[in-house]
Ligand binder design. Structure first.
Ligand SMILES: *Cc1c(COP(=O)(O)O)cnc(C)c1O
Length: 342
């Protein structure tokens, strides 16, 4: 079996999770009849301290519903240039909500209230109305970086003053909470809407959720149907998500410890540029300036370690519940021998 560090989306449901899914009570959720989906939505809303939640097939859909429900075509949103919503969602902000993305220069995905302030425009017929600011915590292309809560607060306060909505792409908010001890609810309090994923480190096979006010979620529910995301006996997958919420959140600290150990091991190898202190959660961005990343990734794959090339000389490795502590020294050894031969 290769050591698979490509993503935390590769996680497979555990036997206990499959059991919970197999025995889930279900109904037609588009009719509002699925008790397991209802339980999941209530539980997510409770954890995040929001009025309501909506179960979605993917994190992309949850994010795009947040945009669609809180903007109009021709509005502008402010977002980091490397944000998932902008970078990895197939042009959906333009295609589905019809909004313009104005990119802010984040450092590891993190920008400041001053960055937002300098992007504000006077109300004038020449300009698109700015409606929404998007943050991502933890930040995927930022290398699993965590937003400092004070920064979030400053941006949220600025947005309130200027009547802007704030959305959090919290696909990995669980990781941020476990790493900092700041609850999901305390993070979410600064946002009008929050998306979360169950299918990443939490290990559920499918599903995400969008949380917010009852009004925002009612609008999002309508657009979910429009986008083809109204699901019928979805309790089968919601049960996996519920199981993940109750049983797999705390264990994310193991993924973080494994990521740190991997970073420490790899940082000692010649040809690798990596500061172990930069690893805040379950992701590593490994710079290999002497080698084309794509070639190295192929050689690593043949030798039994799977990672992703995310730039010409950058490799991403992600830990998850599919990675055991014993896999870490084994992976470092494989990296070492492949680098020697490269
Ligand atoms: C994975 C991810 C999403 C959603 O991805 P889906 O594959 O559509 O579920 C959203 N935001 C971030 C930061 C992600 O990493």
């Amino acid at each position: 079996m290769p050591i698979d560090l490509r993503s935390d989306t590769i996680t497979q449901p555990t036997p206990a999770m499959r059991e919970a899914m197999a025995s889930a009570e279900v109904g037609d959720d588009v009719f509002g009849d699925d008790p397991t989906v209802a339980r999941l939505e209530a539980r997510v809303a409770e954890i995040l301290g929001k009025e309501a939640a909506l179960f979605t097939p993917s994190g992309t859909m949850a994010n795009q519903l947040a945009l669609r429900a809180q903007t109009h075509a021709g509005d502008e949103i402010l977002i980091d240039a490397n944000a998932h919503i902008y970078y990895y969602e197939s042009g959906a902000p333009a295609a589905l909500a019809g909004v313009m993305c104005r990119c802010l220069p984040g450092v590891r995905g993190i920008f400041s209230a001053a960055d937002v302030e300098s992007a504000l425009r006077p109300s004038d017929q020449h300009f698109p109305p700015t409606k929404l600011v998007c943050l991502e915590n933890t930040h995927n292309r930022g290398g699993g970086s965590i937003w400092p809560i004070d920064r979030i607060r400053e941006i949220a306060e600025l947005c309130r003053r200027h009547d802007l909505r704030v959305h959090l792409d919290g696909a990995r908010l669980w990781n941020a909470s476990v790493a900092t001890g700041i609850s999901e609810r305390d993070y979410a309090a600064h946002f009008d809407s929050v998306s979360v994923c169950f299918s990443k480190g939490l290990g559920a096979p499918v599903g995400s959720a969008l949380c917010g006010t009852r009004e925002t979620i009612a609008r999002a529910r309508r657009f979910r149907k429009m986008y083809g995301g109204g699901m019928r006996q979805a309790g089968i997958i919601a049960a996996g998500a519920l199981y993940a919420l109750e049983h797999h959140r705390q264990r994310l600290s193991e993924d973080h410890a494994n990521a740190r150990a991997l970073a420490q091991g790899l940082s000692r190898l010649p040809g690798v540029e990596l500061d172990p202190d930069s690893v805040q959660t379950n992701m590593l961005f490994i710079r290999v300036p002497k080698f084309p990343a794509a070639t190295l990734v192929r050689s690593l794959d043949e030798a039994g370690v799977r990672v992703l090339a995310v730039g010409p000389d950058t490799i991403r490795a992600v830990t998850s519940l599919m990675v055991l502590p014993a896999d870490i020294p084994a992976a470092v050894k494989i990296f070492e021998s492949v680098l020697k031969r490269a």
